[in-house]
Design a protein around this ligand. Structure first.
Ligand code: NAD
Ligand code: DAU
Length: 344
């Protein structure tokens, strides 16, 4: 795909990875425009994009990806060249409490975006999927792109459906679909319900952190900037119809992560408590990323120890960001920054 003057529609750009990706693209691609479409659910936070909000190459539309009429209107107004879909309900624990919302957003919302992309004839549609589509590993082995899909949570099942729907649009309609399946991301602006920011903010308040089950579950951690670089490469150089695994090559048990965070925060293990396990809790994820390394020459660059230390420092020096999330104040930013400005 030619990179000059591209207009990229990013769905879900006000969340953790989407906002990091938008900031990355506006820096790395000076000739691109970015149109961010986000419903601003509890996970969407416009403060994540404050530094680019005045950039003339950036525009924001508040819309639900399930709202076909609104999405069609945005596509016909903006005429994007390419689409990246980050928009989703993303927290496994919430999916256990309310699966219906996950099915609606993650499956039907994806279908609405795929239809809009097909009608407007975009040159690329990238579906951000997840390694959770593969289910759980035992102590050995890794997920390759050909591993069977065996999702275990309602979240993972909904993401698997969306992933397969995107594939079907490539096969049936020839829509130039690309799919990435990434492992666990960490970095700045992650909603403090996910383990790393949740534990940092609890420890900052002097509270104990709740480790599920025996704490020996393994995740493969990747810095969000490495994920952004991978998404950019797949968007530009990936083969339509193809799936690309993205991983950090960095497997850690939850106990290891917790101990690293305790040490970074100057706390001892009296601040760690074991709590009942998450139902259906996947034991281990590990990624074989040979395809993206060999075909697109993409590999993670941020060493975990450094990335985690920087991330902890970011949350400690951006306490007003997560305090505004905790108080709910962040949900008024849309009215304060967009609605009132439009009225003035
Ligand atoms: P997040 O929860 O931080 O952000 C999700 C964003 O989507 C929010 O801005 C939210 O407002 C928006 N959104 C939700 N429902 C919407 C709707 N109906 N219409 C429009 N916007 C809507 O999520 P994240 O951690 O940044 O994850 C982004 C994507 O990456 C997701 O698709 C997720 O499945 C995938 N993913 C995440 C990870 C991870 O470790 N966080 C790893 C692999 C893949
Ligand atoms: O693997 C990619 C996935 O990573 C993404 O698709 C999901 O959107 C993202 O939320 C993440 O899912 P996880 O379930 O792995 O992330 P979470 O931060 O919720 O949990 C990480 C591990 O930590 C998991 O084994 C559960 C455990 N955990 C989590 C929380 C919130 C705890 O032990 N205690 C906790 O309080």
């Amino acid at each position: 795909m030619g990179a000059d003057g591209l207009k990229l529609l990013v769905a879900g750009g006000a969340g953790f990875i989407g906002s990091n990706f938008i900031r990355h693209i506006l820096k790395s691609r000076p000739a691109w425009q970015v149109v961010n479409v986000d419903k601003l659910t509890y996970a969407g936070n416009l403060a994540n994009l404050k530094e680019v909000s005045e950039d003339p190459r950036y525009r924001f539309h508040r819309a639900d990806i399930c709202d076909a009429e609104a999405i069609a209107g945005i596509f016909s107004k903006e005429k994007p060249d390419a689409v990246v879909n980050f928009a989703a309900e993303t927290h496994v624990d919430r999916s256990i409490d309310d699966p219906g919302l996950f099915l609606r957003t993650n499956i039907l919302g994806t279908q609405v975006l795929l239809d809009a992309a097909r009608r407007s004839g975009v040159s690329r549609y990238l579906q951000i999927s997840t390694d959770e589509v593969y289910g759980s590993l035992g102590p050995a082995g890794k997920f390759s792109e050909d591993s069977p899909l065996k999702p275990n949570s309602p979240y993972a099942a909904s993401k698997t459906s969306a992933d397969l729907l995107a594939r079907a649009y490539f096969k049936t309609y020839g829509l130039p679909v690309l799919i990435t399946r990434c492992s666990n991301n960490y970095g700045p602006y992650q909603f403090p319900e996910k383990i790393i920011p949740f534990f940092v903010t609890l420890l900052r308040e002097g509270k104990a952190v709740p480790v599920y089950g025996d704490g020996k579950n393994v995740r493969d951690w990747i810095h969000v900037d490495d994920h952004s670089r991978a998404v950019e490469a797949v968007l530009l150089r990936g083969r339509p119809g193809e799936v690309y695994n993205v991983g950090g090559g960095n497997e850690r048990t939850n106990i290891e992560i917790t101990k690293m965070l305790l040490s970074a925060m100057g706390k001892d293990t009296s601040h760690m408590k074991f709590v009942p396990d998450r139902p259906g809790h996947d034991r281990r994820y590990a990624i074989d990323d040979t395809r993206i390394r060999t075909e697109l020459c993409v590999a993670p660059q941020v060493p975990f120890e450094r990335g985690l230390a920087d991330t902890v420092r970011w949350y400690l020096s951006n306490e007003p960001w997560w305090r505004a999330v905790q108080s709910g104040e962040y949900q008024s930013f849309y009215d304060r920054w967009y609605v009132r400005k439009a009225r003035a």
